[in-house]
Structures are given as structure tokens and as C-alpha cells.
Design a protein around this ligand. Structure first.
Ligand SMILES: Nc1nc2c(ncn2[C@@H]2O[C@H](COP(=O)(O)OP(=O)(O)OP(=O)(O)O)[C@@H](O)[C@H]2O)c(=O)[nH]1
Length: 506
């Protein structure tokens, strides 16, 4: 029983745990996760957008700065050339001076080398030949644009101009130099470049500055990378948090479920123990509440007493019924006794007066019954009484009431029956007895007296008259029916006067 409870408890714990787990995920964690994902997505979109915008602004600013720088440098070189020309009289003198001061040395001295964003510069002569290029430019185009074999002014110079190559970057630069554009932003081999040029009026030379945009964007790229890394770190933290939280949730929901089911488990175990110990009738190992046991025992006793009381009540009721029956029954013949006959007669008389209906009675007495007893014995006499009762009960109407009036005498009450009809009924019964054959005894006869009442409501007068009629029947030689009508007091007086008799026969 305990094991089955434990299984049941475990499964209820599991289901409770999963309910808590599910509910928490559904109502808290999933909505929070959605919000977090949306915020992170928004963060990355913002970083990209801001970076792009900043790059646009930076590139415009940087490009403008480079153009300005190019113009300023050009102006500087031009002024310097003007100064040299004035002091040297003509620029041609400069060429012809045997001072070793050449185009190349001048260009090298005037070429701006310390440009921002790692920009490279080169100076072209009026024919488009490269006079000089900075190391930064060489780095940008990944070659030495002009070699070391430059010549001085006294000789026609031949140069190895590596910008005349066929590399994509060379082609773009050549195209730009040949054109009239002041500046240009272009892409070559997935790299973004900015190029600007300006004319040195004094000599017809051109100053060209080339910048790799990557250098301009570098801080922004760096910032973007840092921002993205921050985003990835947040994602990583969120994932870690979720993993840790899921583990915590599993453990916490299990603990919580256990905390809820623990008291029920303890209580059920306690009840199981009580039941088990009651079944085994062994002394309990836990604290016994004696008052409770006493109460339970008392309750059991009370229930048993209640059951006994109900049974006794039923028995008493049966016995009462039996007593009642016995109190109104003649013990020998099982017909009604005199007590019951008195009661019935009284009620029927009341009813006959109330309904104005006739009530007749028949008083039946066995003839010479003493002789039966004396001849065959008292027991045979009893059997005659029993047999006679049975025969009479079978032959009276259902509304008639038969009882033993006393000794060998019987009374039959016939409600709503006239004297004539009662006499007819009495005659039938007399014939019945006359033709009956009793065991041992054989033939027996009876005498019957009949009386009727219509409006005199006394029981005594009715019985008295029936008794008188019976007496008359005995007087008349027995085995016959006689009746006794009611005589009014006036008639009785007249009869007494004229006949000198006390009773009137009919
Ligand atoms: N066996 C038996 N006899 C009874 C019982 N009750 C009365 N008797 C007898 O009935 C007889 C009645 O006798 P009597 O009163 O002289 O009348 P009888 O012999 O019937 O004569 P008549 O009535 O004049 O014809 C008595 O012998 C009673 O003992 C009874 O319960 N059982």
C-alpha cells in the first residue's frame, strides 16, 4: 500500500514539476527570450547602420581633407618653384646648372611624405612621366614605382615607370591621370581607394595623392568589431544564463513539487500505518491517541446497540401484534374471544344507529355438549369445538364476525342485516351442523337465537334478546332457530295487563 502510494506520489511530483516548469517557460521565459532576441537584433542593426553612416561622413571629410591637402601641397611646391626660378632667373637655368640639383632631387625634396591615413604621393612631369613617388605609395600599389636609376638634368632621362603596368590598380590610376578629374573614389580588387591630383602651374607638373580608404575606415571598423563583439558577448551571456536558469528551474521545480507533496505523503503514510496496525491489531509504533480510539470503540458500540435496538423494536412489534392477536383470540378455536366480540358489537351498534341500518346477531349453543364431554372425554369435546368453528367461519359472509362467546356458545355479528335475513342465515348454519359428521362423536346439533336492532343502541338488550331466543330454542326441543324481536314499553305493559305475562313470544 505504501509502495503504491510512493509510486503515485512520485508520478504526481513529476507531473507537478512539469506543470511548474511548463508554466514558467510559457508565461515568463519565452516572452523574455523574444524580447531579448528583438533587442539584440535591434542592437546589431543599429551598429551596422551607425557604422555605415559614420563611414559615409568620414569618407566625405577625409576626401575633402585630402583634396585640400593636395591643393595646399601643390601651392607650396609652386611657390617654392617660383622662388627658385626668380633666384635662378629661369627654370631652364636650374636644369643646366651643374650643381647636381636636378628635377629628381627637387621633386624628392618637395614631395610630401608624411600624409595622413598612410596616403602615398607622386609627382608627374608635364609629359606624365613619374618624377618621384613616396614609399607609402609604393606600399599601396605594392611595387617600387620608380627605381634608383634616375638621371640628372644634364642627360635626357629615361625612367622605369612601373605605373604603366597592366595591374587593375595601375590601369585605374593611369586612366585617372590621363583624365581631367580632380578626385575620384574607386574600387580595385575589393579594396576602396581615393585619388586626387592638382597641377603645379609653374612647371606643369602634377601632384597625385592616393589613399587606401581602409586606413580612413580603420577606427570605424575597429569600433564596429568591438560593438559586434560586445553583442556576441551579450548573446553568449544570455545563452549561459538560459542554460543555468533551465538547470536551476528543473531543480527548483522538483524541490517545489516535493515541498507541496511532502505533507500529503507524510499524512497518507501515517494513515496507512494506522490502517495496517489496526488490521494486525498490534500496538502502534507511533503516538496513540487513546481518546480517539475510545471514541471509535464507543461509536462501534453505539452502532451495534442501534442495530440491536432496531431488531428489538421489530421483534417487539411482532410480539405486540401477537399479543394483540392473542388478547382478542380464543386460544382453543382461534376464533375471536368475547373481548373482541364486545368491541366489534359496540362499534357495529354505533354504526347501525348512525347509518340507520339494521344489525343482527346469532347466538349459537351446541346441544347437550356435556354429554359429549362425559361420553368421549374433554379432549374430544375440544376437537368438536375446533371443527365446528372452522366450519362456521367458512360459511359466514366476509362482512360477518364470528367469535366464541363462552363454553360451547358462539356469537355471530351480522352488520346491515335484517332480522329475517339473520334468521335465514341461522337456519343455514343449523342445517350445516346437523349434517356435519364429527370425528369420534358423529352427529351434533345446535340451537340458535336471533335478535336484531334498528334504533335501540344498547348492546345488552340485543344480547339479552338473542339469549332469550336461544332459551326458547332449547325449550322448543333444541336443534332449531328462534328469534326475539324488540317490544316497545307500551306494548309490553298492555300484554302484561291482558295476559298477565312478563315476556312476549313471537
Ligand atoms: N370439552 C370442553 N367442554 C366444555 C368447554 N367449555 C364448556 N364445556 C362443557 O360444556 C358443557 C355445557 O353443559 P351444559 O351447560 O349443561 O349444557 P349442555 O350439556 O350442552 O346441555 P344443553 O345446553 O341444555 O343442551 C359442560 O359439560 C362444560 O364442561 C370446553 O372448552 N371444552
Amino acid at each position: 500500500m505504501i509502495t503504491s502510494f510512493e509510486n503515485q506520489n512520485n508520478s504526481s511530483q513529476k507531473s507537478l514539476k512539469s506543470v511548474i516548469y511548463r508554466e514558467f517557460l510559457r508565461k515568463a521565459m519565452i516572452p523574455i527570450l523574444f524580447v531579448e532576441v528583438a533587442l539584440i537584433a535591434f542592437y546589431f542593426i543599429s551598429v551596422n547602420y551607425m557604422t555605415d553612416k559614420t563611414m559615409d561622413v568620414m569618407s566625405q571629410t577625409a576626401n575633402q581633407s585630402l583634396v585640400n591637402l593636395s591643393v595646399n601641397e601643390t601651392r607650396y611646391i609652386n611657390n617654392k618653384l617660383k622662388h627658385i626660378t626668380r633666384s635662378m632667373n629661369t627654370f631652364q637655368k636650374l636644369h643646366q646648372a651643374k650643381t647636381g640639383f636636378t628635377y629628381d632631387t627637387f621633386a624628392q625634396e618637395t614631395l610630401p611624405v608624411d600624409l595622413p591615413w598612410g596616403s602615398g604621393a607622386l609627382i608627374l612631369d608635364s609629359a606624365g612621366e613619374v618624377l618621384v613617388s613616396s614609399n607609402a605609395l609604393d606600399g599601396l600599389v605594392d611595387k617600387n614605382v620608380i627605381g634608383s636609376d634616375y638621371i640628372d638634368v644634364r642627360q635626357p632621362y629615361t625612367k622605369h615607370d612601373y605605373l604603366r603596368g597592366t595591374e587593375p590598380l595601375d590601369l585605374v590610376i593611369q586612366d585617372f591621370i590621363a583624365g581631367q578629374l580632380r578626385s575620384k573614389e574607386f574600387q580595385s580588387l575589393n579594396e576602396q581607394y581615393f585619388i586626387t591630383q592638382s597641377i603645379i602651374d609653374e612647371s606643369g607638373w602634377r601632384l597625385v595623392i592616393l589613399t587606401d580608404m581602409k586606413s580612413i575606415y580603420a577606427p570605424i571598423y575597429e569600433q564596429k568589431t568591438e560593438s559586434k563583439n560586445l553583442g556576441y558577448l551579450v548573446i553568449l551571456l544570455i545563452i549561459n544564463f538560459y542554460v543555468a536558469f533551465f538547470i536551476y528551474l528543473m531543480v527548483a521545480s522538483k524541490r517545489f513539487a516535493r515541498r507541496i507533496t511532502q505533507p500529503i505523503e507524510t499524512m497518507t503514510k501515517f494513515i496507512s500505518q494506522i490502517n495496517q496496525q489496526r488490521a494486525e491489531e498490534s500496538p502502534p509504533s507511533y503516538v496513540k491517541i487513546r481518546e480517539l480510539d475510545t471514541l471509535i470503540d464507543l461509536n462501534v458500540e453505539l452502532q451495534e446497540a442501534k442495530q440491536k435496538y432496531v431488531e428489538l423494536n421489530v421483534e417487539m412489534s411482532h410480539k405486540n401484534d401477537e399479543l394483540k392477536r392473542l388478547s382478542v383470540t380464543d386460544p382453543l378455536t382461534q376464533a375471536y374471544n368475547r373481548l373482541k366480540l364486545d368491541e366489534v358489537l359496540s362499534k357495529e351498534l354505533e354504526r347501525s344507529v348512525r347509518d340507520k341500518k339494521p344489525l343482527s346477531i346469532i347466538l349459537l349453543d351446541i346441544d347437550k355438549f356435556k354429554h359429549v364431554n362425559d361420553t368421549y372425554g374433554h379432549q374430544v369435546g375440544d376437537s368438536v369445538l375446533v371443527a365446528l368453528t372452522q366450519a362456521l367461519l367458512k360459511n359466514i359472509q366476509s362482512t360477518d364476525v364470528l367469535g366464541r362467546w363462552g363454553g360451547e356458545e358462539f356469537l355471530i355479528i351480522l352488520p346491515n342485516t335484517s332480522l329475517e335475513n339473520a334468521v335465514v342465515q341461522a337456519e343455514k348454519l343449523r342445517l350445516l351442523i346437523e349434517f356435519m359428521c364429527f370425528d369420534t362423536v358423529g352427529k351434533v346439533t345446535a340451537s340458535l337465537g336471533v335478535s336484531c336492532s334498528v334504533d335501540d343502541g344498547t348492546e345488552c338488550s340485543l344480547i339479552e334478546r338473542a339469549d332469550k331466543a336461544l332459551y326458547k330454542a332449547k325449550e322448543a326441543g333444541r336443534n332449531c332457530v328462534k328469534r326475539q324481536e324488540r317490544v316497545s314499553p307500551l306494548k309490553l305493559k298492555l300484554v302484561n295487563i291482558f295476559d298477565g305475562r312478563s315476556t312476549l313470544e313471537s
